[in-house]
Design a protein around this ligand. Structure first.
Ligand code: ZN
Length: 377
């Protein structure tokens, strides 16, 4: 009996180890351009990369790095300084706690230090769910968000996209920012977010050839989702726009914003190289469904993507890409709905679908009808 028990236990341990080994890790830049970095924890292990020296600190220890910017070293690529581990505990960076490892390196252009957290992908997703959604949202919405965010993160990891775009090895896969996706810290993860991340472990969205694609999501589409090429420059295989009559009851309501004439003229004037004092802009008939605005800048017909206008004017004037623009006396009136870029999964729409009883697979199938769930670990 004992022998059988040991064999079964041994098998369980080996499958557990195998499952853990297959789960990828992600390196997230959690902070950049710091002049001082403080790392603390229990039984810290520190490795200094330049000297390859490893030091252990029994008990509690706080370590402080001064990272003054150095103008003479501008244009240098990031240089790894130190890595930290606390084998049994979490690590503290300032007041925040993180699982996994923390790495410190010089920032791009040597403007202080960057801090990178290297952690299990599913632990990262669990903290992210609490920030991208709220942990009190229905579990099926959280699971849909977990699959979408895992797909986005794995695409970035496998394609090494951040380093490729920068033209040098950044030593991280993603930034913790609205530019990429927003993750939290150890304290943000809850039982619900852990369940959503773990119960969908390894599941991503893939295109018809089984390839990973960048899976996007946003706060509130306002009625219809957009295609990547309507908002950015590149098209992505497997996207289609879908109607979303689900998000309008949630989040902030529709918005009307007065855009001062001078603001639009000075913004577009820079593009067209025209004199702001002598410029007149006439907006042609605009439609909510159109992803472009047509206007005459003086006598020149100009067609500009709504997303381009949003990036030039900022989110304060244009909270989403779903708007119509019309001229009033000394200003332009912008009427719109939604928040965010509008591509891919609408988070408030996913919440409403989950409240109506949809499963996470049905929610994802609604926003990504051409993509299929695939288990990759
Ligand atoms: Zn929506």
């Amino acid at each position: 009996m004992n022998k059988i028990f040991i064999i079964i236990l041994g098998w369980q341990i080996s499958t557990l180890a195998l499952a853990q080994a297959k789960s990828p890790t992600i390196k997230v830049r959690i902070s950049d351009k710091n002049s001082v970095v403080e790392i603390s924890g229990v039984d810290l292990e520190k490795k200094i990369h330049i000297t390859q020296k490893a030091i252990s600190y029994p008990g509690h220890k706080k370590i402080r790095f001064n990272c003054k910017s150095n103008k003479n070293l501008r244009n240098q690529r990031p240089i790894k300084i130190a890595s930290f581990n606390s084998p049994a505990q979490t690590l503290n960076f300032g007041k925040d706690k993180f699982k996994g490892l923390i790495h410190i390196q010089t920032s791009e252009n040597y403007n202080g230090c960057d801090v990178i957290n290297e952690t299990a992908l599913d632990d990262y997703l669990s903290t992210l769910l609490a920030k991208e959604m709220e942990s009190s949202w229905p579990i099926e919405a959280l699971k849909a968000q977990a699959v979408a965010a895992r797909s986005y993160a794995l695409y970035k990891i496998k394609s090494n996209q951040v380093s490729k775009n920068k033209g040098f090895n950044t030593n991280y896969d993603l930034e913790n920012s609205e530019y990429h996706q927003v993750n939290g810290t150890f304290f943000d993860a809850t039982t619900e977010t852990n369940t959503a991340a773990n119960s969908t472990a390894g599941e991503v969205l893939a295109n018809s050839s089984g390839q990973l694609v960048p899976v996007f999501f946003h706060s509130k589409c306002g009625g219809k989702t957009r295609l990547p090429e309507q908002v950015w420059s590149n098209s992505v295989e497997g996207y289609q726009t879908v109607n979303c009559p689900f998000c309008h009851e949630h989040g902030k309501k529709n918005w009307t914003i007065k855009l001062p004439k001078r603001k639009l003229i000075s913004t577009l004037g820079k593009l067209a190289g025209v004199n702001a004092n002598r410029t007149d802009i006439r907006v042609l008939d605009d439609h909510l469904k159109s992803s472009q605005v047509k206007m005459y800048v003086n006598d020149n017909l100009t067609v500009i993507k709504k997303s381009k206008l949003r990036s030039l004017l900022g989110r304060k004037y244009l909270p989403s890409n779903y708007f119509i623009m019309a001229k009033s006396k000394d200003s332009y009136t912008v009427i719109g709905s939604g928040y965010g870029h509008g591509v891919g999964m609408c988070q408030f729409g996913a919440k409403e679908l989950a409240l109506q009883g949809y499963s996470y697979k049905q929610i994802l199938a609604h926003y990504f009808p051409q993509l299929k769930i695939k288990k990759v670990y």
